[in-house]
Ligand binder design. Sequence first.
Ligand code: PLP
Length: 390
Amino acid sequence: MNYLFNEIIDRKDGLGLKWNHLEQAFGSEEILPMWVADMDYANPQPIIDSLKKVLDGRILGYTAPPESLYNAIIHWQKERHQMELSKDSILFSPGVVPSIALIIQALTNEQDAILIHDPVYTPFSNMITLNKRRLVRSPLLIENNQFKMNFKDIEKKIIEEKVKLFILCNPQNPGGRVWSKKELTTLAELCKKHGVLIISDEIHGDLIFSPHQFTSLVTLDPSYQDFVLTLSAATKTFNIAGVKLSMIYIQNPKLYEQVSYYQECIEHSGLNTFGYVATETAFSKCEPWLKELMINLSDNLETITTCFDTELPNVSYMKPEGTYLFWFDCSSLRLTDEELMEHFVRVGKIALNSGAAYGPGGSQYLRLNFAAPKELVEEGLKRIKLAFEN
Ligand SMILES: Cc1ncc(COP(=O)(O)O)c(C=O)c1O
């Protein structure tokens, strides 16, 4: 095990949301933060070094994305995900969520129906409703403690609600499913048949537990390039969410034009220097770090599932196939969603994400972020047990 992943870094003096926003979010500072999806691990050293080099230049002026950044992205997507990209299919954005908002505005109209799974990453629904589009949810099924898509329901909703856009989360947050080729193909074929565009949010696509294999939706068939827009970033994988840079891959030139025109309207052509530099370094120099990270996350996951299986045998959970998120069922406590959060804060002294925030289907669940040194994960487990036992 790499010692770097065991170091406990004091984040309390920094600006980080996860450790310094507890009072506002949970009403208490004396709790262990295992909520917001960033990691308590130091960034890869090459990223720190590349950012220091920028500072050593002593002038932080405007920056354009360098050719070498495009090359690093194209190489990463081809080698790891068999995705064929050219420079003119890549747009930059300050984040995946801003990209979702941008695409909604560029490619749909007010009151258009947009379909998402339930439960799913909270900002999907927020971006739809804030932009005055119609939110339609397709509940995920649970089989053998894993989420499954309900294709009958998806097609029914597409037809009845005249859905224009589907927003997919692959791998799935909060359940950690890495959708199979078959599931993805079935979904894409349904959308193709009914003329529905797809945004595929693949921000967790490099955080996959063996033997599961991630497939980028658009690579499954050349025809999918016509209607699939892929969102990706180095931020989740390499723990650099604060540098605020993500990518939009659009291989259909007409859709690319429409989205890039919208970006021009809000002047998103020049973004953050640190984002460009950190992303290029991540994709060109940090693959060895990612390998170590996955060993560490697998080990944490093993610790968690062993603890639940032996000490909380009546609590069901979804074993994630990707991501660093652990989704577990608290219905045995017989509390409302609000009481559940209050109980884990007061008794467990731990900050987790409320499942209800992910949609009605997330009710009674909590989400644990286990990207932290083992010692913190073990402390978190003690606190979760305390909450279940009291
Ligand atoms: C599925 C998913 N998409 C997007 C994001 C956030 O992306 P960004 O910070 O680039 O807006 C997250 C963060 O947790 C996420 O889980």
